[in-house]
Design a protein around this ligand. Sequence first.
Ligand code: BGC
Length: 784
Amino acid sequence: MKSYYKVLSSSMFSLILLSSGISGVQAAEQTQSQVNGSVVAIDNSGVQTGAAQEQTPILVDQASIPAVIQAMTLDEKVDLIGGAGAAVTGAAGGTFAIPRLGIPKLTFADGPAGLRFGSTANKSTTGFPIPSALSASFNKELMYQVSSAMGKETLDYGVDVILGPALNIHRDPRGGRNFEYYSEDPLLSGEMAAEFTKGVQDQGVGVSMKHYAANNQETNRQSVNEVISERALREIYLAGFERVVKEANPWTVMSSYNSINGPFSAHNSWLLNDVLRSDWGFNGMVMTDWGGSKQNGIAMLNGGNDLSMPSLNAVGKAAVKAAILDGTLQEEKLDTAIENILNLVVKSPTFKKLSTVDDAKQSVSADLAATNAKLSREAAPEGMVLLKNENKALPFSGTVKKVGIVGNSYTMPSCGFGTPASACTTDNAASKMFLMGTGSAYVTPTHTVQLPEGLKNGGYIPVNTNASGAKINENLTAEDAAYMAQNSDIGVIVIARGSGEGADGNSTTFEPSENESELIKKVSDAYHAVNKKVVVVLNVGAPFNTVSWRDSVDSILLSWQPGMEAGNALTDVLSGKANPSGKLPATFPVKLADSPSYANFPSSDGNPNLVNYKEDIYVGYRYYSTFNVKPAYEFGYGLSYTTFDYSDFKLNKDNLSNKIKVQFKVTNSGSLAGKEAPQLYVSAPDGKLEKPAIELKAFGKTRELKPGQKETFNFFIDPKDIASFDESTSSWIVEKGTYQFKIGASSSDIRGTLNFKVDKDIIAEVVNDNGPDVQLETLSKYNQ
Ligand code: BGC
């Protein structure tokens, strides 16, 4: 029989009473009623302390939680809803321990790009490619492998919850944390984040899905009010989170700093209670972002947010206590939060003794370090996007031995916080790329490989000096460029931009500087003059303008920030050892002003704390495709060293009532092995609701196909997948009419179209009807 009570000697008990501040009489009475309660059993074996024995409930499993809550003092409860520092130095935070009740401290550490400890903590982990690069792989299996590796490292360090996945939408190319998020599309974001969640949680540690919701900008993130229609919220900004909750059951959710239609996310009962818990069935714990409760514990509990991180200050605690005592805050709300926190505790590796903390540990265990470094190297090429490849400039031909490398000397405008200065600047970007983003998504890597070293490891000779032997950088002269062109077989220019939490981008992060444009021109002219080719590597975390210079170079490879093995991974791709197979998870516009959010980012109406989401549901490619605005490179775009044919498009029926199967084949029609990421879009007819021209409804990735090999895809689509949100009935509806499935290699490169019908309107799901009343003039096909 399980023991929910630990029997204590009377002397131990009085010590606990002193520290807990309750009288012996109260405690004895409390204990008596607990003993009489139906959920408890008493194990008093082996205790020989005479008559004065008392029992204190101890947290042993989920069933013991009610008794433990009942035994908690008000002070203990109020302590538990505020974080209390981490058990591992350098981790972002942790929970409060109450040893007398068997409640241990849990530790939470960032983050979405790998396990992070503060830069002074001297603890290294594997630096993986940034999340945008992983989503560009369109490879869910890969995402699962990478996040499993992160989960193992989390466990290895004795951390209970990793603060990721981060899946806010790339609303605007200037979003400072786009690199940390997955995509402008909620399906791709949600699917990748669900894999992240499964991969981590399968290791026995938890995730914190963040930042719920709409943390799509860094400017005034703590104070900005975002005005967003319920339809845009449900279809775009919440949809990815919904998918993760339903597919992967995350242990925790982190509410965002910003407010949505009035209340801050951490105080927003509609967002947390009605949508997250009631509509979607989330049964885990919600924590704030760091400082996101604004120290208002009452609003937080009323809003359905359980834990204030990294703490709730004394004033905040006193206010909660006073409100409970004077009856203005129901104690059940506090108890619900405690229950959610304790439910997390009993699942945690610390509680289950699956891990231990050795705070002197400075690196992940050797076997994990080696396996995960290899995985980081293999993952990067899958997300690299080949934007241009004229005359087969890539992969390097067999005659390439010496590689001329040069880059800008870009300094990040803001490096985010908590990031070592060494990660914030570049000298010559070709010899010092950005390997990761900064801020809470920066990890201290176990080692790094920059491009020159990677090239040498691959058997090449990097050339980056001028005639007098001095290292060149973006200020190189035409003579320097000519010298490089003479003395190497191909030119590689690295254009870099850092990305980090705490600041948004702007036109200088999107546009090449004059120096960079000059650099590209001088190097291209010099190499082309001697009949040699030029490749630009874009070492960026978000869209960059390619239009003004793309015609002067032969190839453009978007490497993103490829992780700590960058130099090796990039050499694998340049040399052809790996075939890049990434596709764009966000549109690359011709100019910033083309973005649908341009006029309302990062503020509206001259009010720094207001953003009107006027573009509504027309985010990213939904806008470009519907309003016929041609981007530089469209969503889903990406070339390969080989080519793929799509064929045998089939539906199992021509009418959608419940589920419909879409089948097709992808064949490697080129001469090199490679992987392809096919995409399925739907075009829905306008009815009561207007619809974007296309919306992504499924995607996949082939295994590595050798020339001539093929793979068959079966995608199953049900009504909810293609439903639109109708605010007037608070339901997801599929309107009757003729629909099209468009199967393509990108959102514009459609290879096959299949029609199907919906004979009568379908209500796919009804949700809570107390959504926000939003007064906003939004973009519509009909008001152009
Ligand atoms: C970030 C979160 C992060 C937290 C803890 C905050 O500034 O917004 O993403 O998890 O810090 O480091």
